[in-house]
Design a protein around this ligand. Structure first.
Ligand SMILES: C[S@@+](CC[C@H](N)C(=O)[O-])C[C@H]1O[C@@H](n2cnc3c(N)ncnc32)[C@H](O)[C@@H]1O
Length: 228
């Protein structure tokens, strides 16, 4: 058991390292094609129920809102990048922030606008979108790991330039070697503020260690500011 855990720790450390270097391409850990067509197909098919939210998304949104309350209680303007159906807007009751949501899938953005007619949504690839104003909070929930590690860092750096002076960038991702590599890269470019690690425990009984589980992964939420 200990040997097994040690083996997976070494494997995951090597994978996290490989994702930070060109080695991942040589090892065939390349990028799948996550374009608009892919997302429209997923979000009108297998992932459609996710547009209504899942328990993980609900918990994650509550934690994100709690982090905002604690770190920047006077935040008023929020940009939600890769927002799917805008569950974060609905989670805060729709009145606390002036909210802008963006996403690559016009299917999801259409649904978001239907569910929240008062919020502002744009269909846009996060790599191409340039906000027209600054925000107190910019959120990248469960979206950066669809990019290559270096592009994810570039995106985090780009969006950090649209933060107000005390503004925060929040990144959440499922816990796996690629996400760890992305967090490590963002940590080199931005200032770390705080983080939360959590995992839903639906089947294991009252057993509360964090485990690698593809179906119910643990999630990491990191809060950053621009470097001083
Ligand atoms: C796993 S879902 C997460 C949705 C939402 N942020 C949440 O966590 O509840 C990923 C979302 O990111 C969007 N997305 C993926 N790649 C994107 C990109 N390059 N630019 C903008 N949105 C993207 C997808 O359309 C999808 O809605």
């Amino acid at each position: 058991m200990v040997l097994e855990m040690g083996g997976s720790l070494i494997r995951n450390t090597i994978r996290a390292f490989a994702y930070s270097t060109p080695l991942h391409r040589i090892l065939g850990m390349g990028q799948a094609k996550f374009d608009q067509e892919y997302w429209n197909k997923q979000l009108s098919g297998a992932f459609k129920p996710h547009l209504g939210g899942t328990i993980s998304v609900g918990v994650r949104n509550s934690i994100v809102l709690s982090l905002i309350d604690n770190v920047i209680p006077h935040a008023r303007r929020l940009l939600d990048v890769g927002c799917a159906s805008g569950s974060l807007f609905r989670a805060h009751g729709g009145h606390r922030f002036s909210y802008v949501g963006t996403g690559i899938s016009d299917v999801a953005i259409e649904e978001a606008q239907k569910l929240s007619p008062d919020a502002e949504f744009h269909t846009a690839r996060l790599e191409d979108f340039s906000p027209e104003r600054v925000f107190d909070v910019i959120v990248l929930n469960e979206v950066l790991y669809y990019l290559a590690v270096k592009d994810a860092r570039k995106a985090a750096e780009k969006y950090s330039r649209y933060l107000t002076e005390k503004g925060i960038l929040i990144v959440s991702m499922k816990e796996d070697p690629k996400s760890r590599a992305i967090f490590s890269e963002i940590g080199k470019a931005l200032q770390w503020v705080n983080g939360i690690l959590y995992q839903e425990k639906a089947t294991a009984g009252p057993e509360f260690s964090i485990r690698r589980d593809a179906k119910r992964p643990a999630y990491m939420i990191g809060v950053f500011t621009r470097c001083p």
